[in-house]
Design a protein around this ligand. Structure first.
Ligand SMILES: Nc1ncnc2c1ncn2[C@@H]1O[C@H](COP(=O)(O)OP(=O)(O)O)[C@@H](O)[C@H]1O
Ligand SMILES: [Mg+2]
Length: 406
């Protein structure tokens, strides 16, 4: 096993596309790092440079204690798993798993042991004598993973390996991947654009945009404390709600005013976000996550720090244990370059309701006990401890430790 370090790595393709721009990233020995970002942001390019499948245009890549800039892929001791796995159709599962090891002239007994271990780990034992044509898509993808595992490489590199599988299979493959990483502890770099994979698979997540690193942190920290509008809008589904707002302070304390609503801003928020007080009296962008709403009727949240806002439910999406309540607010949509970029990449098609220019569509995720129906008036409560504030010009998260002094 090994750490993987990228120092100011650039990739400029012939034709001048700068696919990766000054990327600094340290993946610790044994860590599961997820690379995420919109299509075309440079995820695959970064992975392929680590693998050695793509030359780097600048900077340095270190695997373990070796600079590998000029090392061919086969000498980097890493295994790559792609979205489109290719198995040898004329070989059985067992032969597919063993093939790479045979090429390397590994002793038969060792090959047998590794193949059996991998098959057990991936639940492939009863399929060893089958050919790929007689396997389901998920089983084939397991074989592709198995081929990477038997090599016992220093690192796994995976490029959207589950994206061709149906939703149910993805769930079980995610579980297998987690288990596999727990057992083997092999350094893994995993590319995806799937929200659930981002939140459930990684020790840490690296968010890229246009080849530029935005933020690296644990999934929970990225969700709770995004560094800018882009990361805030990209992480989480349904996406964070945004509105232009004004911070004001009067006798009763600080409030944030938007679309005819006024929410109190707790003192603790000013303590957590140094510099926020300088925005008093100024326009900011307010962000509220759908999950920080609740229906006041069914709310656990009627205590301190919960503010009430009455809305009319335009659309409701029942998800079993929760309901997404879509409602409009009387404020123009936030059209910052960073929110637009994040929103455009989402797989959500829910924001296609016709809207006039001075209204925005927001989403609240409430408990299913709410029983709210479309067209109903409903009183929502908002957890005011989780409000997000962004600078209108820079799009940076106000008071985020990475932005202090920027
Ligand atoms: N072989 C190539 N030649 C030229 N441009 C490329 C090549 N591969 C990728 N690109 C460009 O580099 C950028 C990043 O691509 P990629 O790394 O595939 O993004 P992602 O995997 O995040 O979708 C895109 O603008 C893409 O069009
Ligand atoms: Mg890609």
């Amino acid at each position: 096993m090994a750490s993987i370090v990228l120092n100011s790595v650039d990739k400029i393709y012939a034709g001048g596309v700068k696919a990766v721009n000054g990327l600094n990233l340290e993946i610790k020995d044994g860590e599961f790092m997820v690379l995420v970002g919109p299509s075309g942001c440079g995820k695959s390019t970064a992975l392929r440079m680590i693998a050695g499948l793509e030359d780097i245009s600048g900077g340095e890549i270190v695997i373990g204690d070796r600079v590998v800039n000029h090392l061919p892929p086969k000498d980097r001791d890493i295994a790559m798993v792609f979205q489109n796995y290719a198995l040898y159709p004329h070989m059985t599962v067992e032969e597919n798993l063993a093939f790479g090891l045979k090429l390397r002239k590994m002793p038969k007994s060792e090959i047998q042991k590794r193949v059996n271990d991998a098959a057990r780990m991936l639940g492939l034992e009863q399929y060893l004598k089958r050919k790929p044509a007689a396997l389901s898509g998920g089983q084939r993808q397991r074989v592709a993973m198995g081929r990477a595992i038997v090599r016992e490489p220093q690192a796994f590199l995976m490029d959207e390996p589950l994206s061709n599988l149906d939703a149910k299979l993805r769930v079980s493959m995610r579980a297998s991947l987690n288990q596999m990483h727990e057992r083997l502890g092999v350094t893994t770099v995993y590319v995806t654009h799937d929200q659930v994979e981002v939140m459930t698979l990684g020790d840490r997540v690296c968010v890229l945009r246009d080849g530029v690193l935005q933020q690296v942190d644990t999934p929970q920290n990225l969700f709770d404390d995004p560094v800018n509008l882009f990361v805030a809008g990209f992480m989480g589904s349904p996406a964070m709600n945004f509105a232009y707002a004004e911070l004001v302070r009067d006798n009763g304390g600080a409030t944030v005013a938007f679309a005819g609503y006024r929410l109190p801003v707790p003192d603790s928020t000013f303590a957590e976000k140094p510099g926020l007080d300088r925005y008093i009296g100024r326009k900011i962008i307010l962000g509220i996550r759908p999950s920080d709403f609740e229906d006041s009727g069914s709310a656990s949240g009627n205590g301190a720090g919960w503010a009430h806002i009455p809305v009319k439910a335009t659309v409701t999406e029942e998800l079993g244990s929760e309901i997404n309540v879509l409602f409009t607010i009387d404020a123009p949509p936030v059209e910052h370059k960073d929110t637009v970029a994040a929103a455009n990449d989402g797989d959500d098609e829910e924001t296609s309701l016709p809207l006039t220019g001075d209204k925005s569509l927001w989403t609240a995720r409430v408990n299913a006990r709410s029983h709210v129906r479309p067209g109903q008036d409903i009183e929502l409560v908002v957890d005011t401890h989780n409000l997000h504030f962004f600078d209108v010009d820079s799009g940076l998260s106000i008071g985020h430790e990475a932005n202090i002094g920027r």
